[in-house]
Design a protein around this ligand. Structure first.
Ligand SMILES: [Zn+2]
Length: 360
């Protein structure tokens, strides 16, 4: 008898099997990724990691016979919305470390995806672990603004505040933010206001140089900047002589003495940068240029100690700037959007809306 094929029938692509340890012959359930990779896993590990999985496994399972969309090799199959890469990463977090090492999370795409999954399946331990990755200096230094958007979107308050602080190293108005849709206009306004207040706070270190005079105690402590050595009675300068120009700007005078112009230029250029990037790291990053300039001028006296003295000074200034901005608070509302998960019980498929990341 000739079989009629439905005009609506589609060819279902075959499934591949995940790599070890998710290919275990004695596994008791199969999680099928959106790109049709079957992960043979043990329910116990998932139930221990996630209350949502625990609840799901307590529900009646489909009859374990034959191979259908719901069963395979006699095991129930759960179709997941995540692709195999994400599924592999979060299952490794669920498994004991003796069986699967925690995957490294060193890029924002993985971190973003795993935070979403962790929240979706109430994987609290994993969420904490991913938060640590989001707060790692390596990730924050590379992409502070994206970290801010991801942390804020996931309502991770501490991580949001830390990321906001790292954004101070970058200009106030970002050139590009792929995650712009993850935050609200209020969040962005809060960040811009924070940035602006930090700029004002950083500028206070220029308006008042008491922190400097307190640190160096007296003019001789600042000899590298003021050169208080006196000319002798014939007007001969001490050896080796320093003929570097002095600044005539009164606001830079220390103990009523005029410092070298190369230093006031450093201060003016650095504080100009701090207006847009109020971070101590900017101060440190600028110092090398000044050291090189002094050496290029060829003053033997200043060149001899400019590196040591300016590095010490820039650290002092950087600490002052960071201290000034540390008192500024990021004014974000600390609400928590808790959306109740919805489970599709009939076909054993998880149909929980992803509240944060808009994945399909
Ligand atoms: Zn000099």
């Amino acid at each position: 008898m000739e079989q009629m094929s439905s005009p609506f029938s589609t060819i279902i692509p075959t499934c591949t099997c995940a790599s070890s340890p998710f290919d275990h012959p004695k596994a008791d359930i199969i999680l099928r990724s959106s790109d049709r990779v079957d992960f043979r896993v043990f329910k116990l590990f998932l139930a221990l990691a996630s209350p949502l999985f625990e609840t799901m496994f307590e529900l009646p399972q489909p009859a374990a016979v034959g191979t259908s969309d719901d069963t395979k090799d006699g095991l129930p199959v759960i179709s997941m919305q995540e692709n195999s890469k994400i599924l592999d990463t979060f299952l490794r977090f669920c498994y004991p470390s003796t069986l699967a090492e925690d995957p490294s999370l060193d890029n924002l795409i993985d971190i973003k995806a795993i935070i979403g999954v962790a929240k979706k399946y109430s994987l609290n331990l994993i969420e904490r672990r991913v938060c640590q990755a989001l707060a790692s200096p390596k990730v924050l230094e590379a992409e502070p603004l994206r970290c801010f958007a991801i942390a804020r979107n996931a309502r991770l308050t501490d991580e949001t505040i830390v990321a906001a602080r790292y954004t101070l190293r970058q200009p106030l108005i970002p050139t590009c933010l792929p995650e712009i849709d993850m935050i609200t206009a209020s969040d962005l306004l809060a960040l811009l206001t924070y940035h602006k207040k930090c700029s004002v706070a950083a500028a206070s270190s220029l308006a008042n140089l008491d922190w400097m005079t307190n640190y160096y105690s007296n003019p001789s402590g600042c000899n590298w900047l003021l050169d208080t050595r006196q000319a002798d009675f014939r007007g001969k300068l001490p050896d080796p002589p320093c003929r570097c120009a002095r600044s005539d700007k009164a606001k830079f005078h220390l103990w009523k003495s005029a410092p070298f112009s190369w230093w006031t230029t450093y201060m003016e250029e650095t504080f100009e940068l701090l207006r847009d990037t109020p971070s101590g790291d900017v101060v440190r990053s600028e110092v090398e240029k000044t050291i090189q300039k002094v050496r290029d001028v060829g003053c033997t006296t200043c060149s001899a100690h400019v590196k040591e003295k300016m590095e010490e000074f820039s650290n002092l200034l950087a600490l002052n700037v960071d201290k000034a901005t540390a008192s500024i608070k990021l004014e974000i509302d600390r609400d928590f959007r808790i959306l109740p998960p919805v489970m599709g019980l009939g076909n054993y498929k998880l149909t929980i809306p992803l509240p944060f990341f808009g994945q399909k």
